[in-house]
Design a protein around this ligand. Structure first.
Ligand code: ADP
Ligand code: MG
Length: 260
């Protein structure tokens, strides 16, 4: 369905990699005055094609730091992230940007849509960056807005949309280039329960019909449980979840409610 600049090259590149994403021995620290915060202490992660992973953990445990490394937005002190078998560390800035544009999608707690552009133009943006013609990009964007249930809102600007609708636009934008993996940082963190549930259903429906992998960082217990696998980020390491999501995480979910 995606008009691509080089579909053959894309599928060959994707076809050669066994896993969507691999992290090995990822380490990251921050200097806070004289103190050193070891946020990530050797993250190991393998994400299969099409797998849906939730990462939970208390506030400040390093979830956003990890997603930023996985998304190539920041560089680790040590260790490596491989996207479709290709290590980010071997890429220059241009190539890294291209990898991100082609193979990754991003959704954040706050939609990060461009306020002066319509929903349609916002969703078309990653296609335009990929070099697709404007006409094709807008057509493809319209298809994706339809898939997220927003056919009636294509000409609306972000300020004219509800919180849930803005997140739907952000999801359409994250998926429009058919990435290997979508990274979401608290995608329902700013939504009321009902709107969050509708976003969860949408993600389930989309991921069932796509071969895209998802990594969702969330305090939303229901959303986490709807994924294939849940890992907990604690003490700088990813661990399998044993006894449900921590109290802290559930409590935080309870207070992070706002407009829908
Ligand atoms: P989470 O997303 O799990 O809430 P973060 O990844 O945002 O956690 O932050 C992890 C820790 O690293 C926190 O203690 C935070 O204060 C610290 N931190 C994050 N970014 C920076 C930065 N740019 N400089 C210094 N410390 C940072
Ligand atoms: Mg965070």
């Amino acid at each position: 369905m995606r008009p691509s600049t080089s579909p053959a090259a894309d599928s060959q590149e994707q076809g050669n990699a066994t896993f969507a994403l691999m992290c090995s021995d990822l380490r990251k620290h921050y200097d806070q005055g004289p103190a050193v915060i070891d946020v990530l202490r050797g993250i190991e992660l393998t994400l299969e094609r099409g797998e849906r992973l939730a990462i939970v953990g208390s506030s400040g445990s390093g979830k956003s730091t990890l997603l930023n490394l996985i998304g190539g937005l920041d560089t680790p002190d040590q260790g490596e992230v491989r996207l479709l078998g290709k290590p980010f560390s071997s890429c220059g800035d241009n190539q890294r940007g291209k990898l991100r544009n082609q193979h990754l999608g991003f959704v954040y707690q706050f939609h990060h849509l461009l306020g002066e552009f319509t929903a349609l133009e916002n969703v078309a943006m990653p296609q335009l960056i990929a070099g697709v013609s404007k006409r094709q990009a807008l057509e493809e964007a319209a298809v994706w807005l339809g898939r997220v249930g927003l056919s009636e809102r294509v000409e609306h600007k972000p300020a004219e949309l509800s919180g849930g609708e803005r997140q739907r636009v952000a999801i359409a934008r994250a998926l429009v280039n058919k990435p290997a993996c979508v990274l979401m940082d608290e995608p329902t963190g700013n939504l009321d329960r009902q709107t969050a549930d509708s976003i969860q259903s949408l993600l389930a429906e989309l991921s069932d019909s796509l071969s895209t992998s998802f990594i969702i960082v969330t305090h939303d217990e229901r959303l986490a449980r709807s994924m294939d696998r849940v890992l907990v980020l604690q003490d700088g390491l990813l661990q399998p979840q044993t006894d449900g999501i921590s109290k802290t995480a559930s409590q935080e979910a309870g207070v992070e409610v706002n407009n829908g």
